[in-house]
Design a protein around this ligand. Structure first.
Ligand SMILES: NC(=O)C1=CN([C@@H]2O[C@H](COP(=O)(O)OP(=O)(O)OC[C@H]3O[C@@H](n4cnc5c(N)ncnc54)[C@H](O)[C@@H]3O)[C@@H](O)[C@H]2O)C=CC1
Ligand SMILES: N[C@@H](CC=O)C(=O)O
Ligand code: NA
Length: 430
């Protein structure tokens, strides 16, 4: 058997600790797949004394994670610290400049600096692998980069944030409060260090930016992702969604349109019978539509220690076996500049929920505004009748463009009888 591949692990949190544990526990099977052993030679984290239930005997401890990047006895650095800049970025750049391959789970780093880091990796002849960064344990990076390579992809979309899906599922199934479920997702190790990245859709947008680059061959363009999170989703909207035959999911969607590539993350209503509506809890699903293959569905756990470490180790084994590929499928200098499709011209159905004082003429005013903006209504439900208290009115529309819908909502919000900013969720036909 060849010489061992020597690995350094920076970050021993949810992902890093499980990576070290699994590399030891599955040492033999890994060696037989890789054709050589994989040894962890050094680790680094903030707190040396913390009990992680890990046997670190025979492994060097580095107080400074950056020292791992230049050690002569390290071939591969696993960056499992996180953050789009700071120590994670310096570590990755320094390691690659020193001729070491890097495995990372850090989608924030790649969403902001992916194209530049890809150029650096390719110039240095090293691998930069990131399967764990998108949809946790689902091997979607490999699928898009290798398995589906012959396809012209028209759309890639899915549930990309386990924390949000966990929250939406629990709110629907048990009526639990948002903050309560978020705290549970944090305890389970699903959430980002700053959970606003999860609930505001930013983490899903980071991942979508990477999927879009892979699917369409353009430079990573995080700024082009229109991003909305799930904070405004209420129990009332979840109940109405059920009534109208939908489920609410936070989706990331990247699609080729005649006007360019459109990348978006926002809550969606999807038909209950759609495969993506069945994806619950921490599970993620990514669907890719290609001209040769048709639609493919990739499903699995999107967060947590085991699934994420599983993806990290898959990348390590690829490097140990000498398998490598350009970071985004094509050499970085050939990544195109994407033409961004305008947001306003996007078309689809909409769900709108208003809180109104139920006095004569209110619904007529609402429908008049809709008519003026060419918004055609599909259905409307009003609950309760009380001329003194606000009551909910929920409606769905036929297909309309985003600009008209927004104008209608802005005008509706100005009506005296409308007591709260209208809630709006896009209906997506999948
Ligand atoms: N937790 C999950 O389910 C998933 C996490 N990821 C990504 O994996 C990476 C790690 O995430 P987690 O393990 O959840 O985070 P974590 O917060 O549990 O662990 C972070 C680790 O990095 C260490 N660290 C932080 N700053 C450091 C510094 N300046 N110097 C040395 N060590 C430092 C901490 O001591 C800790 O050991 C992030 O990029 C995250 O986005 C990706 C997929 C899933
Ligand atoms: N916080 C993320 C972790 C995986 O990327 C999520 O909840 O999906
Ligand atoms: Na993955």
């Amino acid at each position: 058997m060849s010489e061992a591949l020597r690995v350094a692990v920076a970050g021993l949190g949810t992902v890093g600790a499980e990576t070290v544990r699994l590399l030891a526990k599955r040492r033999e099977v890994i060696a037989s797949h890789a054709g050589r052993p994989v040894d962890v030679v050094a680790v680094s984290a903030r707190s040396r004394g913390k009990d992680r239930g890990l046997d670190l005997s025979g492994i060097d401890w580095a107080d400074d994670p950056l020292s791992l990047a230049t050690r002569d006895d390290v071939d591969v650095v696993c960056e499992l610290i996180g953050g789009s800049d700071g120590v994670a970025k310096t570590l990755v750049e320094t390691a690659m400049a020193a001729g070491k391959s890097v495995v990372t789970a850090n989608k924030a780093l790649l969403a902001h600096h992916g194209s530049d880091l890809a150029r650096k990796a390719e110039a240095g002849g090293v691998t930069l692998a990131y399967e764990a960064a998108v949809a946790g344990g689902i091997p979607i990076i490999r699928a898009l980069r290798e398995g589906l390579v012959v396809n012209e992809v028209s759309r890639v979309y899915g549930i990309l944030n386990g924390t949000c899906n966990y929250i939406l599922t629990a709110m629907r199934e048990s009526g639990r409060a948002f903050d309560d479920v978020l705290a549970e997702a944090q305890e389970l190790g699903y959430a980002e260090a700053d959970p606003t990245f999860d609930v505001d859709g930013i983490d899903a947008a980071h991942k979508l930016a990477l999927l879009s680059a892979l699917a369409f061959g353009h430079a990573v363009d995080f700024k082009a992702v229109h991003t909305e999170g799930i904070r405004s989703i209420s129990a009332l909207d979840i109940a109405y969604a059920e009534e109208f035959g939908y489920r609410i999911k936070l989706l990331g969607i990247a699609e080729r349109t005649p006007e360019g590539i459109r990348q978006r993350v926002h809550p969606c209503m999807v038909a209950k019978a759609a495969p993506i509506a069945q994806v619950e809890g921490v599970f993620n699903a990514v669907m890719a539509e290609g001209d040769a293959v048709g639609t493919t569905l990739h499903y699995g756990r999107g967060a947590g220690a085991g699934p994420t470490a599983s993806a990290v180790i898959g990348d390590v084994v690829d490097i140990a076996s000498g398998r490598g590929a350009p970071v985004f499928g094509v050499p970085a200098e050939r990544l195109s500049t994407s033409r961004e499709a305008p947001w306003e011209s996007m078309r689809g159905g909409y769900y709108v929920r208003l809180m109104v004082i139920d006095r004569p003429g209110v619904l007529a005013d609402v429908t008049a505004i809709m008519r003026d903006q060419n918004v055609s209504m599909e259905s409307m439900v009003q609950r309760g009748r009380d001329p003194h208290e606000k009551v909910p009115v929920a409606l769905t529309t036929h297909e309309v463009d985003e600009a008209s819908m927004r104008k209608a909502l802005a005008d509706i919000a100005k009506l005296d009888a409308v007591q709260e900013p209208p809630a709006m969720i896009r209906i997506v036909d999948l």
